[in-house]
Design a protein around this ligand. Structure first.
Ligand code: NAP
Ligand code: ZN
Length: 350
């Protein structure tokens, strides 16, 4: 075991503060990384505040990790010391069940080991995330970062990237189709970039009037300010696909009315509170409501390679770990343009 510096929450809703955690010695199939950058996802905020319930503390969040490999186990062939590697929301799974065989480790029947606020597959050892100087991860769950991508701006691809790329692929988005992206935060801005790069016509639905210029710069063709009560009327039956990234409870029914016949609204945003759903928001026009969780490891690598080929990264605001509580407060006010990324040099040197 190695003692590692980290920042985390000692109790639900407590401000994040310096902590020490233990990392295991790398086994034959493990790689050990010096964490260089870690993105700040709204899931970190939900879990550190125990908004989804069942959280365990102390908690070291962070699942958008880019690091440098320092050690590899004897059976590791894909990485060597000095390489860059990424770690997303999962660090292990059974790799034996049907979903794992189908490359959907996020749907592992035994439940994946999530990167933090979870346990290793022994179901005893707590996992801790990337707000720390080092991580140790099973090699299957480490991703290659394409050359040429800025490492800090690539970190958010490990969660925000795959979570928005995957539904566009699952629902087979084609050039010329109309996509609505609901909420322009970390996930939303990646959804806009991906959908635009795939040739779709993109509309951003935002509660923040001031984000229109950014939405268009990111690749949106249209912008709808949802604060206006009359916003939805003219959009009835217009969209093939909606990707809803909003982190707080909101009315799904109004958005469903904007779907074309057989169109789908995919929920990726995960508000803690339930929302009322009207059967008649779905029945006419055979509309569909679906959910999607991150993506499998192979699809995450496909997404990273796609980003390498198309020069896609997140728009990031780099912070020191000492600014993390301020960053959480700003995310709760929808004031992020468009992903905070922690430079872990601030923890190594601070
Ligand atoms: P974020 O950067 O904080 O962005 C969320 C956006 O939602 C805000 O920028 C804001 O956009 C909108 N919003 C927030 N509060 C709102 C409110 N009260 N009413 C209307 N709109 C509001 O968050 P994120 O990191 O993108 O994460 C978004 C959600 O996805 C979170 O719930 C997170 O847990 C979830 N998530 C799910 C998965 C998955 O696998 N499904 C993976 C990662 C994250 P506007 O200012 O444009 O309205
Ligand atoms: Zn995330």
């Amino acid at each position: 075991m190695t003692t590692v510096r980290a920042w985390g929450a000692r109790a639900a809703g407590a401000p994040l503060e310096p902590l020490s955690i233990e990392r295991r010695e790398p086994g034959p199939h493990d790689i050990e990384l010096d964490v260089l950058f870690c993105g700040v996802c709204h899931s970190d905020v939900h879990q550190a505040r125990d908004e989804w319930s069942g959280a365990t503390f102390p908690m070291v969040p962070g699942h958008e990790i880019v690091g440098r490999v320092v050690r590899v186990g004897s059976a590791v062939t894909r990485f060597k010391p000095g390489d860059h590697a990424g770690v997303g929301c999962m660090v292990d799974a059974c790799l034996a069940c049907d979903p794992c065989h189908d490359h959907h480790e996020q749907c592992c029947e035994r439940g994946p080991a999530f990167t933090y606020n979870s346990t290793e597959m022994d179901r005893v050892t707590p996992t801790h995330g990337g707000y720390s100087t080092r991580v140790v991860v099973r090699d299957h769950f480490a991703l290659r970062i394409p050359d040429g991508l800025d490492l800090a701006a690539a970190a958010p691809l490990l969660c925000a990237g795959i979570t928005t790329y995957s539904p566009l692929r699952q629902w087979n988005l084609r050039a010329g189709q109309r996509v609505g992206v609901v909420g322009l935060g970390g996930l939303g801005h990646m959804a806009v970039k991906f959908a635009a790069s795939m040739g779709a016509r993109v509309t951003v639905f935002s509660s923040s009037k001031g984000k229109e210029d950014d939405a268009r710069r990111l690749g949106a063709d249209d912008f709808v300010c949802t604060a206006s009560p009359s916003a939805f009327g003219p959009l009835a039956s217009k969209f093939d696909l909606l990707v809803d990234t909003v982190s707080a409870a909101h009315d799904y029914n109004a958005y469903l009315s904007t779907l074309r016949p057989f169109g789908t609204m995919v929920l990726v945003g995960a508000p803690a509170e339930p929302t009322g759903l009207h059967a008649f928001s779905l029945i006419p026009a055979n509309r569909r409501l679906a959910g999607s969780m991150i993506g499998g490891i192979a699809e995450t690598q496909e997404m990273l390679d796609y980003c390498g080929a198309h020069g896609i990264v997140a728009d990031v605001e780099r912070i020191a770990i000492q600014q993390i509580n301020e960053a959480y407060a700003r995310m709760l006010k929808s004031d992020v343009r468009y992903r905070f990324v922690i430079d872990l040099a601030s923890l190594r040197d601070g």
